[in-house]
Design a protein around this ligand. Structure first.
Ligand code: 76R
Length: 248
């Protein structure tokens, strides 16, 4: 049996994609729409406060295409807290005008393929910061789930630790050449959701997503062992653009 890599886990993650029921939203009064928006802004204020207190993080993007209209990304220290955020939103007036279209449950994960053995992950501020990330406020988000392939001769889980380490090193080198242009949050979802990882990328220029993902396709770990789910791409929504997006 090959040796499993040791992983470090941080905050739990929920990607919650909603489609707006525009016909229903349009059919209610301006006052009711305003009340729903105000309540949503109050929820957002709570989420921002949690983020300021470093007890979680939050991002809201409007999704392009028919896969959904909004993606809420929440991070919390426990599954209970994450579930509470989801439930609070579901009880809100605005949620009555949304249809859940996709969700993904995972936990921020760092593997130790390329980590230094001299560092104590429990106390190292850099590692702790990556495990409990405050999400960047970039203009765009890109999310997709993925697996490592287990098929015939292409079985990631049958490779030796040394082989996987060397491929992950090459992967990390490509990633690092995008430093400053993209921030990635890798979250593990084995046992939690339908794929093995969630990949969330943040960038100000959406072309960076295309370039990075394309370049990685040529790298062995993605070319040979990567299987990918649906891609979601979105634009940042702040309070002003949220009001605009929802105005009739
Ligand atoms: O943690 C680290 O930064 C060290 C190096 C590193 C690891 C261990 C790293 C760096 N990644 C790691 C693990 Mn990654 N990553 C992806 C995708 O589309 C594709 O082809 C794959 C999706 C992208 C775009 C990406 C970007 N990475 C992983 C794992 C877990 C593998 C396992 O445990 O078997 C997955 C699934 C995965 C997938 N990666 C980086 C990036 C980028 C941009 C970096 C550089 C980060 C930096 O140094 O700032």
């Amino acid at each position: 049996m090959s040796e499993a890599v040791n992983t470090l886990e941080g905050w739990f993650v929920l990607h919650d994609v909603r489609t707006i029921d525009w016909a229903a939203w349009k059919s209610i009064s301006e006052d009711l729409r305003q009340a729903a928006l105000d309540e949503l802004l109050t929820l957002q204020q709570e989420w921002s406060q949690t983020e300021e207190n470093k007890l979680g993080s939050y991002a809201l993007y409007s999704v392009l295409g028919h896969k959904g209209d909004l993606v809420f990304m929440h991070l919390r220290p426990t599954m209970q807290e994450l579930n509470a955020v989801e439930t609070a939103f579901n009880k809100s007036l605005f949620a009555e005008f949304t249809i859940p279209s996709y969700s993904y449950v995972s936990v921020v994960e760092l593997s130790t393929y390329v980590s230094s053995p001299d560092v104590d992950p429990e106390t190292d501020p850099y590692i702790q910061g990556r495990l409990k990330p405050i999400l960047p406020k970039t203009e765009h988000i890109c999310f997709y789930p993925m697996n490592k392939r287990r098929q015939g001769n292409d079985n990631w889980y049958m490779l030796s630790m040394e082989e996987r380490k060397s491929m992950m090193r090459s992967h990390g080198m490509i990633g690092r050449s995008y430093a400053g242009r993209v921030t990635q949050v890798i979250s593990g979802s084995v046992g939690f959701d339908d794929w093995e990882w969630g990949v969330t990328l943040f960038a100000d220029d959406p072309i960076t997503f295309k370039k990075l993902v394309y370049e990685m396709r040529f790298d062995e770990v993605s070319a040979r062992y990567g299987d990918f789910g649906s891609f979601f791409v979105g634009n940042k929504v702040d309070n002003t653009s949220l009001a605009e997006l929802l105005s009739m």
